[in-house]
Design a protein around this ligand. Structure first.
Ligand SMILES: Cc1cc2nc3c(=O)[nH]c(=O)nc-3n(C[C@H](O)[C@H](O)[C@H](O)COP(=O)(O)OP(=O)(O)OC[C@H]3O[C@@H](n4cnc5c(N)ncnc54)[C@H](O)[C@@H]3O)c2cc1C
Length: 376
């Protein structure tokens, strides 16, 4: 394995032992496609999972800048666990923002100390990137509780999460245009991983992000209390729209991947002596400039310092993911034959980078949302 951590000293801020363990795990899980319990335990015990939880609930009270930076640093050593952490942070932040006092009191401390891991189960086969055609349902029972039924796909941290933020349709007759992401009549529920009727399987064989436990989640008549609903009934789309205003971006995953690829290539050309060649130096310099630009954009998204922070979050995701994918591919070529072996981490990074564009909101959906603002 070419050294991502040790040789280049990257990943400041992650304890070196944790960084080394997650880095070794990334290579291992890429081969096996099976999540690594030891690396997960290390992440859970690191204290990092409390980043998005307010201090009064035991977290470190970070906002989007801190979330993006932790995710970026994790992605430098282990992109799969970076997306696991990203989903955990997203659910934690939604509970902090939209949760009832009881939900905050009961859930946030355990999400902060890592004893509970959270995941988002929104996507379904055929639901479409914009989630307009969700067929999973929530039906209100006579006793006021809800029965949840349906099949979710591409849920990151499936089977390893203790809590799922599940998107279901609760009102077929809801009127109004679908928003660009989500529709009227959809609601969110917080479902414990051990809820009777909930099952997860990891039979999805991904080409990248292979340590992320991204798989299927089935809801076979899961009964949950009305108090387990997150936010207003039928208004999940409002919560989804608010996500991008917060400034946390999956682009941070792409930024970490791009930086890791650059470090890997630099280490290689220095070791091989090809760094002396002017074209190689210039190529790497141009790549480094693009990685710097990605990182600056992620910072701008987290800082919410632009005139329209929600738009900046979308731009940062699109720019970071497309740039990271290009950068990884170009660097794979620069490594030459040495990069064309399964032992080279560059190939894993190429495949991991591709996932970010596909993750929600997909880059195409981001474009639609940005352009819709111009039509108003
Ligand atoms: C590694 C990974 C992890 C994921 N983790 C999660 C998770 O934790 N939770 C979760 O809920 N989901 C997750 N997803 C799913 C992700 O969020 C996407 O929403 C989902 O994959 C999109 O579904 P699709 O590609 O089947 O959509 P489709 O609608 O089939 O889209 C296929 C392609 O067409 C594009 N497209 C769709 N509509 C349009 C349009 N109108 N105009 C132009 N292009 C369009 C899409 O952007 C996409 O590229 C994950 C996906 C991946 C790859």
């Amino acid at each position: 394995m070419l050294g991502i951590v040790g040789d280049t000293g990257v990943s400041p801020g992650l304890p070196p032992e944790l960084a080394a363990e997650l880095c070794a795990s990334a290579a291992r899980t890429h081969r096996t496609g099976v999540p690594d319990p030891e690396a997960l335990a290390a992440l859970r015990g690191s204290g990092l999972l409390g980043t998005a939880v307010p201090a009064r609930y035991g977290g470190t009270g970070g906002g989007a800048p801190e979330v993006n930076e932790v995710v970026r640093r994790l992605a430098m050593v282990n992109p799969s666990l970076a997306i696991v952490a990203f989903q955990h942070f997203a659910v934690s932040a939604r509970i902090a923002e939209w949760g009832s006092p009881r939900q905050r009191r009961e859930l946030l401390p355990a999400l902060a100390d890592g004893s509970r891991l959270a995941a988002s189960a929104w996507s379904e086969p055929g639901a479409g990137a914009a989630k307009h055609h969700i067929t999973s349902t929530g039906e209100r029972r006579r006793d006021g509780r809800w029965t949840l039924t349906g099949a979710k796909s591409f849920t990151t941290a499936a089977s390893i999460a203790d809590l799922y933020l599940v998107l279901v349709r609760t009102d077929d007759a809801a009127h109004g245009d679908p928003s660009l992401y989500g529709s009227p009549g959809q609601s969110f529920f917080l479902v414990p991983g051990d809820c009777p009727g909930l099952s997860a399987d990891l039979s999805l064989d991904l080409v990248g992000m292979r340590g992320s436990a991204t798989g299927f989640v089935s809801l076979d008549g899961c009964v949950v209390a009305d108090e387990d609903r997150l936010g207003p009934e039928g208004r999940a789309a409002d919560i989804i729209a608010a996500v991008r205003e917060y400034g946390a971006t999956l682009g941070a995953v792409a930024a970490g991947i791009a930086r890791a690829a650059l470090d890997l290539a630099l280490e290689h050309v220095v070791r091989r002596g090809t760094v002396a060649a002017l074209p190689v130096r210039h190529r790497l310099t141009d790549t480094a400039t693009r990685v710097e630009a990605v990182e600056a954009m992620i910072e701008r998204s987290g800082a919410r310092s632009s005139p329209d922070p929600g738009l900046t979050t979308l731009h940062s995701k699109m720019f970071a993911s497309t740039t990271a994918e290009q950068v990884c591919l170009e660097l794979a070529h620069l490594l030459g034959s040495a990069g064309y072996t399964t032992a080279s981490d560059i190939n894993r990074l190429v495949l991991d980078a591709r996932a970010v564009a596909l993750m929600g909101p997909t880059n195409e959906l981001c474009r639609d949302i940005v352009a819709a603002g111009w039509a108003r």
